[in-house]
Design a protein around this ligand. Sequence first.
Ligand SMILES: O=C(O)c1cc(=O)[nH]c(=O)n1[C@@H]1O[C@H](COP(=O)(O)O)[C@@H](O)[C@H]1O
Length: 231
Amino acid sequence: MMKDVIVALDFKNRKETMAFLEGFKEGIYVKIGMELFYGEGPEIVREIRKMGHKVFLDLKLHDIPNTVKSAMKSILRLEADMVNLHASGGSVMMEEAMNACREEGKKPLVIAVTQLTSTTEELMQSELLIDRSLTETVLSYAENAKKAGLSGVVCSALEVPVIKEHLGEGFITVTPGIRPLDSAAGDQKRIVTPARARELGSDYIVVGRPITRAEDPEKAYREIKKEFLGV
Ligand SMILES: O=C(O)c1cc(=O)[nH]c(=O)n1[C@@H]1O[C@H](COP(=O)(O)O)[C@@H](O)[C@H]1O
């Protein structure tokens, strides 16, 4: 299976995004999330794809099944390589997202967010009133996603082994919360280094600030990619 580093383009506008991408001569895998998408609109997705980059469009759909289905149809027109939704929206919601793909004849990788990497078991118990362990909920959400026909999940690399063990090697794990040894955790809680993510079996790591805020982003990207791919 293809393994890769996905760079989170968490920039406020097109200008900053293009200045960043200028440093990359070859096509890379990037993530367009809420900040850039809400700021610039769908055209930014088309433009970045035309530049030769692969795009994970991270809009984390979470709504009633019918709304998610129609939103997915709009999203599919942008031809992103990967799109996501929140598994906590439930199985029917995820099935409707897959029905949208079937009806439109499109096959992006559709993945479901399990528990955000900024979430801890402590937060789940004290605020969300979820009594099960974090790992149990991640695995259960992942099982629901697989049953609904999704390609994989977003989780922390720490949960990859249990997901692969129960759902098979082919079920894709996309893991943010990546921090090289010398970088600040910030708001992330369930963090691992790129090398650890490789050992744990992540398929894709998603990396934002350790690259975008580095003094030399292109160098940081190369180092992280080397550490993750082990080459
Ligand atoms: O869906 C995501 O991409 C996502 C899920 C998750 O659980 N945690 C998470 O950090 N992300 C995204 O991954 C990126 C991580 O960025 P950094 O923390 O700057 O490396 C951000 O764009 C987040 O929106």
